[in-house]
Design a protein around this ligand. Structure first.
Ligand SMILES: [Zn+2]
Length: 200
């Protein structure tokens, strides 16, 4: 087959490709915004919230009130498995002099410790974390790492506070540097994978 294109035909092809890429980019951006907005709406709704959830949230608010006694930021968290309260705590940053001792952090750690597991994936049961105030990035990280299956939030952060928090992260990111001796890590990862027990 002979491909004999004129300059105009090549130009036309390039133009068509550019249009297609632009269209694809617009579709991707619109889809991402729509998905993000849908997730935002869902996470700000009370869809599927039961009477039991409301009762446990009241316990979380009661814990938040206890934080005031020590001058801690008033946040309370309750971790429940199959209707049974596994942990009920408030912020203890000031009390313990430890910036990591947020209510959600303490609740998850205590529940995992008492259950004797590393993540909630290892236990069967309906697990929900109730927190009186929207979790910070640190607690969000632990919620993901501990595989906490469900979270019910009391007070949502305002858009301004969420924006400020993300801006803060970007500023910290600017101070980060990376990409040093990455092969060392990759080799360690290979050795770790080689030693993993075979899945049944
Ligand atoms: Zn936190």
């Amino acid at each position: 087959m002979r491909l004999n294109l004129t300059v105009n035909e090549v130009r036309h092809c390039v133009k068509t490709m550019v249009h297609l890429f632009r269209l694809a980019a617009v579709v991707i951006v619109v889809a991402a915004v729509a998905i993000g907005f849908a997730i935002y709406l869902l996470s700000h709704s009370t869809l599927g919230v039961s009477e039991a959830d409301i009762q446990h949230m009241r316990q979380a608010y009661a814990e938040a009130e206890l934080a005031l006694k020590t001058g801690d930021f008033p946040v309370g968290a309750v971790l429940v498995m199959d209707g049974k309260v596994l942990a009920k705590v408030c912020n203890e940053v000031v009390r313990n002099g430890d910036v990591r001792d947020h209510a959600e952090m303490l609740a998850i750690k205590r529940a995992l410790h008492d259950l004797g597991v590393k993540t909630f994936r290892e236990v069967r049961g309906d697990i929900t974390l109730y927190t009186s105030y929207e979790p910070c990035a640190m607690c969000d990280g632990l919620i993901v790492q501990s595989r906490t299956p469900r979270v019910v939030v009391g007070r949502r952060k305002t858009v301004w506070r969420v924006g400020r928090s993300y801006l803060g992260h970007l500023v910290y990111r600017l101070r980060e540097r990376g990409g040093l001796d990455e092969q060392v890590h990759d080799d360690l990862l290979k050795r770790w994978k080689a030693n993993l027990p075979a899945s049944p």
